[in-house]
Design a protein around this ligand. Structure first.
Ligand SMILES: CC(C)(COP(=O)(O)OP(=O)(O)OC[C@H]1O[C@@H](n2cnc3c(N)ncnc32)[C@H](O)[C@@H]1OP(=O)(O)O)[C@@H](O)C(=O)NCCC(=O)NCCS
Length: 271
């Protein structure tokens, strides 16, 4: 795996990522960001604790708990950090939450970055994935019904109604589709915010995988963002998603940091 030595600091990249996926309900807690959107996606329903909350950690955690419970949502805080291989002192917030019984939500993720031009240009010549040759990728400014039906976030059969707004919550985004016989068989999204591109929602129908569609989508989305002036691209992928990580590495992405979510204990539940 190639390292990306020009990756920005973790806090900067986390703030950039937040601008690409903006919850309907957001509030500041000092420099921290509280986000709620009916529970759909961790990113849109967790506090982002980067910077100074302007108060002691214990008080900030209490405030976050109240903010989410007031909205009928489980209090959740994302904990970004360096890769396990990097020498690292324990994160004081993570330590505090663990001591208070906040559990780690399943599916920790990694953040990967690349140069958009490199991803878009990969495959010209000898490096090209044979299956990706000539895959027609269509781009639109909004997700249509077929696009939404094809996107199964974390295996969900159907997206909640709120997903349509969330998918269009960046300053700019585009939605890619691959069709076959009148059926949408693969989709993806790219957004541009804070000078960066972000790739999300790559989903290929199971019976069409390993034919280069994921690669074709990733390249097309990066090319579209490069055309909008975004020089760098990031994405977030579950640590255990071997297929997607292999795809992105082959497209030129390097893993730069990781994150997990901590969820507050349910009041009254056995610990
Ligand atoms: C991950 C996913 C998008 C890959 O799509 P795809 O169209 O099969 O990908 P490609 O055919 O372009 O694969 C390109 C390369 O990625 C790697 N790859 C893809 N699937 C893989 C798998 N299951 N295991 C290991 N490597 C895999 C291989 O290196 C592959 O090249 P090869 O087929 O020549 O060996 C697809 O499996 C999928 O939709 N998964 C469910 C949704 C998902 O996880 N999305 C990503 C969210 S971040």
């Amino acid at each position: 795996m190639s390292a990306d030595h020009s990756a920005p600091p973790i806090a900067s990249l986390e703030r950039i990522a937040a601008a690409h996926w903006q919850a309907a309900d957001q509030a500041a807690l000092g420099e921290w960001l509280l986000r709620a959107d009916g529970g759909f996606t961790g990113r849109a329903n967790s506090a982002l604790p980067v910077g100074d909350p302007g108060m002691p950690l214990v008080e900030a955690v209490d405030r976050i708990g109240q903010w989410y419970l007031h909205r009928g949502l489980p209090p959740m805080i994302v904990i970004p950090g360096p890769l396990a291989s990097a020498a690292q002192p324990p994160d004081p917030l993570d330590t505090l939450l663990a001591a208070r019984g906040w559990r780690v939500r399943s599916g920790p993720a990694v953040v990967m970055t690349a140069q958009t031009g490199a991803v878009a240009g990969r495959g010209q010549g000898a490096d090209r994935t044979p299956g990706a040759t000539g895959v027609p990728v269509t781009l639109a400014s909004r997700p249509d019904a077929a696009w939404l039906a094809r996107y199964h976030y974390r295996g969900m059969a159907e997206l909640p109604a709120s997903a349509r707004r969330l998918l269009q919550s960046a300053p700019w985004q585009a939605f890619a589709s691959v069709e076959d016989g009148g059926q949408t068989i693969a989709v993806g999204r790219v957004s541009v915010a804070a000078g960066w591109a972000g790739i999300t929602a790559i989903d290929v129908a199971p019976e069409h995988r390993r034919r280069g569609l994921g690669t074709a989508l990733t390249r097309a989305l990066a090319a579209e963002a490069a055309g909008r002036g975004a020089g760098r691209v990031f994405l977030q992928v579950e640590e255990g998603n071997v297929a997607a990580r292999a795809l992105y590495e082959r497209c030129g992405f390097a893993t730069v940091h990781r994150y997990h979510y901590r969820v507050a204990p349910v009041p009254g539940a056995p610990s």
